[in-house]
Design a protein around this ligand. Sequence first.
Ligand code: GLU
Length: 510
Amino acid sequence: MQQEVRVRFAPSPTGPLHIGGVRTALYNYLFARQNGGKMILRIEDTDSQRFVPGAEDYINEALAWLGIGIDEGVREGGPYGPYKQSERRDIYREHVKMLLDNGRAYIAFDTPEELEAKRAAVANFQYDARTRGQMRNSLTLPADEVKRLIDAGEKYVVRFKIEPDQQVTVNDLLRGPVTISSNVLDDKVLYKSADDLPTYHLANIVDDHLMKITHVIRGEEWLPSAPLHQLLYEAFGWADTAPRFVHLPLLLKPDGKGKLSKRDGDRLGFPVFPLEWHDPKSGEISSGYRERGYIPQAVVNFLALLGWNPGDDTEIMSMDELISKFSLDHCSKAGAKFAYEKGLWFNHKYLQELPDEELARQFRPVLEAHGVNPADFSDEYIQKAVAMVKGRANLVTDLWDQARFFFVAPTEYEAKSVKKRWSEDTPAILRAMIEQLRALPNLESKPTEDVILAWIADKGYHLGNTMNALRLAVVGECKGPHMFDIIELMGLDPVAERVEAAIANIKLPQ
Ligand code: GLU
């Protein structure tokens, strides 16, 4: 029987999830779904110094917003829980003891000051096979002394005893075998008695094993840890069932080399976080894709193509299509430029496809943010208004600029167009046009247009000036959807009021 594919996303709750982390989660999810496997969310909170309140909720909310489903996790439960590392102390303690008992780890009492002094005295000091004999640990101290120190409550760490002169090979599915010498590795700390917690390395390995993870798909920044992890699997006797590794390429700056950073986003004006983040300590607010007006499916589509391609030039793909097309063979190992403008393009495309009802639903909070009460307008009105302008919008928030005049009357009139289109005769012409409109049985766009254009021609008025003057009065500037569509939707009274307001407000130069 083929083994069930089990992958995990294992973030540390040290702040908002970075967009690169979101891509890692997405690839894990696509791989799991494609193989009919399981997606596990494990919270790696063993670093108590870096723990940030709210970060775990943020991770859950971000994944839910994007439609990245979790099969087993803190909220979902599952057969291999708990899924939060701080709740698994007993398990780690037991595993640390296994390594101490089989001689693959040892206890070290060196204080931070002692280590500091050693580093100052010895250039490039590394705690390893060459130096551990000079340090204060269970390999150099008599057993009864070790016991006495522990009983006396002396703080200690457990270190991994790395054998020198070994070739360590990591088989990365993207990168092929990567071999290094164990001499470059130091005796990593696996456990600290001070907070009775393991370090990332031990907890990560133990959990991947116990949770029966088959593939570790994570960012390239974890590649340097992989040889150590390989040695840990061997030390536990788990090498045969060790997961396969996939280290995804870095996300790079949009305009150059180097890793994408929050500063790039600030500089070029795009978010690097899925949701807005309020830093609990500094109070700083970082923008998020959701609040900027992105559609989650568009963000998913955009991220999926940063480091993977479907083998042809298809770009628009739903989550289901991504699941069926995804393959590790088409993942690249070269860094992926974070072309955020392409993200806008995707959003534009998705926005056009959203049903008007849904678009209107997403637009309501934008209206509120601009001081408009959506309840003052019918659902149908809001839907028709957004439908008319969406072709010019990339983001849901862009709809405001395009559609604001449907909700608030202009108070200013674009000066250049006033100069070009408004003259002494304009008030009388516009008032007469309103009377023409009032005489019609309804304001259906096309028949109204026919009548009004015929009237303008009959009177010998200038078509462009007349229609643009009306547009100035209603919209405030010479842009926007077809004028007769606007009139049909708004109805005569608001249009007539705006014409009067414009006549009162527009001052012609004397
Ligand atoms: N806790 C690590 C992180 O924050 C997990 C790395 C891994 O996936 O092994 O990304």
